[in-house]
Each structure stands twice: as C-alpha cells, then as structure tokens.
Write a protein that binds this ligand. Sequence first.
Ligand code: ADP
Ligand code: ASP
Ligand code: MG
Length: 423
Amino acid sequence: MRILKFGGASVKDADGVKNIATIIQRFSEPMVIVISAMGKMTNAFEHLVKSYFDAKQNEINDNYNKIKAYHHNLVKELFDTDQTNIVDSLLKKLEDKLQSEASLNYDFEYDQIVPFGELLSTHIVSTYLNSVEINNEWVDIRKVLRTDDNYRNAGVNWELTQKMMCARFSTNNNQRFITQGFIGSNENNLTTTLGREGSDYTGAIIAYALDANNLSIWKDVPGVLNADPRWYTKAHKIDELSYWEAIELTYYGAQVIHPKTIKPLQNKQIPLLVKSFIKPDEDGTVINATEQAQKLDPIFVLKKDQTLLSISPKDFSFILEQNLSDIFQVVSKHQVKINLMQSSALNFSICVDHHKNIGKVIEELSSDFDIRYNEDMELVTIRHYTNAAINEIISNKEVVDSQVSRKTARYVVKKSEWNFNKV
Ligand code: ADP
Ligand code: ASP
Ligand code: MG
C-alpha cells in the first residue's frame, strides 16, 4: 500500500487537480490518497467560523458566498459540462449549519465548519478522477480516524483507528481510495480536527495503521530545502534526512512538514518522500532511518512573531526549580508556546510565539517577578552551523539572546529586513 498526500497548493485550481491526476497514474499498486482543502480555503473557512460565532449575518453571507463561488468556479473549469450540482449537497449541509444557532464553544464550532473544506475538495477530486476513468472510492475519514474530543487539536485513538482503517482500506485489487486530511471524529461521532496543517499528519496516521510501504507528500518545492525559500533565497534541496534530523527541524519551526508527522513513520520505519508536484520526475527528499553519515550543510529555520520575556524574582532569590515550576504552570495554562529558554542566577528568559494571552501571563507572574518583554523578535535556528553561516545570519542584526550547542546555534534577533543577496 502506498499513501499519497496532496496539500492545498496542489489542488488550488482546475489545472492543479488535472496535474495530480497524472501523478496518481504513475503508480499501479493500491493506494490511499489524502487531500486537504483547496488553495487557501481553510483560511476562508476560519473567517466564516468567526462571523458565525459572532452572529454577524452580513459577514456570514459574504464569507459563505466566496467559498461557494470558489468551488463552483473550480468545478466549472474542471468538467466539460456543468457539474456544479456535485457540491450542492455538501453546501446545503453547510448552509443548514450556518442557519442554526452557535454553541458557546468556539473550538467545537470551528471543527463543525472548517472540515467542509476537506469534504468539498475530496468530493470534487474523487468525482473528477472517476469521470476520467481513474477509478477510486471516496472514503469519509471520520468513520475510521477516531480521536478524543479535544477540538482543534484532537489526539488520535491509535488502537481503534488502526483497527477501523485496516477494515475499511482492505483491498484485494489495485484499488484507490480518496480521503480527507486534517479531520477525524470523536466517540460521539462529532467532527474533530488535528490542528492547522494537519493533513501531513493524517498521511502518517494512515501509513502507520496500514503498514504502508511509504508516504509521499507532494509540495510546491523540490523537497525539504535547507531553509524556507520564501525567506532564504539561496536555499537548496537536501536529498536524504534521518527521522531524527527531520523531527529536530520541524520542532524548530521548519514549516514544510507538520511536526507530528515523523513519529508514527519512524515507529514503523516507513520512509517519507517529500516530492514536487510541479516536477514529479525529480527525486525530492527521502526521510528514513539513515545514520546521516555525511555531514549536513547548515540548515536554517526562521520563526517569526516572537516575544522575549525576561523574568526575575522580585525578592532576589535564585532561579530554582520551584520558581521554574510556577512559571511553566502559568505559561502552559495560557497556551503560550516556549521556543527557547535560558536561565542565570537571577533571570529566566523565554522566547515565545506571539499570542493573545501573553498579557495574562505577565499579569499573573508579576506579583512575584519583575518582567521585561521585547516584542517584534524573530528566532533563527542554524542546525549544523559553521562560522560563515552564523555570520551570514547575524551580521547586520541586533541579537538580543543566543544559545549555542554542539550542533545547533539559535539567535533571538530584533525584526528587520532580511537581505541575503547583499551579504
Ligand atoms: P501543503 O501544500 O502541503 O500544505 P505547505 O505550504 O504547508 O504545503 O508547505 C510547503 C511550503 O513550506 C513551501 O512552499 C515553503 O515555502 C515552505 N517551507 C518552509 N520551510 C521549508 C523548507 N525547509 N524546505 C522546503 N519548504 C519549506
Ligand atoms: N487544510 C488544513 C489547513 O490548511 C490542513 C492542511 O492543509 O494540512 O490547515
Ligand atoms: Mg500546508
């Protein structure tokens, strides 16, 4: 069994859908094809949820009409005859939902609305492929990907999921299944989601459950590069990466693969192929159990929108386990994510993702601690650093904090323009 995953960029328009049809035809063995919402539709659905939750009828109408028009236009371009009715029953379900009153639980409402993006996209792609005789069966992943009820960040019930997936995706012939990324359902059969960008993770969950030969994820880049090419203009492809190295990179913030994707694959030693849907003949990157024998070139990861908090006990006591435990409790309670920490005798610094609750963290800690904070920071990680690589990153930058270990150098820098060509 082969698992293929196509993200929003690959199915953003009719040509994209036709292109993935040609990619699918390259393989003859049984496969499960995981598809996420088309283009930037998940962002559009997020706007729709917000207007629905705030009960702003004009905004609901605007947002819904944009979503409807996008899918209708895509269907019109994709098929020779008018087939817009193929999305009507899903759109009707969405309309019914929008006409009902919202509960008070935002995350729950989010998970009842945003997954329509995945349901619509898989339905369109599946119908199109069948129409051009690439036979496939559409599967509602919610029947087999079972989760807890932690809406918007659901945890997988591995045992049940594995059992149900093995039964649903069993096949004796070279069958193709098409299903949704990102979504699942809880024990009350209510829809849940796995967190933004979670479709890569869905691919890995299915690969794990079915003991697949490999998982390939098809991107708009040639593979995993040594930096995000939108930022670092000289980025080049890495041919092979170990699971270990891939987990490190996603942990530091490399956005090319969802951070939870690697673990299930590593646990069953299933290779992950990161390939280009634009140039499918090219090799891409393979992530596997390699010992990473040859030394890797420096890899750069940029995390934007950071805040640096410096926390010092008011009574001049040392930073000890008890203070740290109090600080962690407050930070975790407010769902603020720490990306780097550093401690000295009287100071504990944390670099955190910008988050609406940072004010609450500061307020709660300020009875016992003096707190200073710097907004507008960026965190750069250089894995396998060299002096030249460090220079390239931090020359012309105001470095506010740094941490250097054997393989990794990390810098908190004040936000300013990046310009690599001039260095
Ligand atoms: P998907 O369509 O599957 O959702 P994403 O847009 O989430 O794909 O991921 C692909 C994008 O990830 C690329 O367009 C690229 O800008 C970005 N990216 C960030 N870091 C890297 C990296 N190290 N290598 C390749 N791409 C990266
Ligand atoms: N459509 C979802 C998102 O944009 C999941 C994914 O694409 O991976 O977050
Ligand atoms: Mg994505």
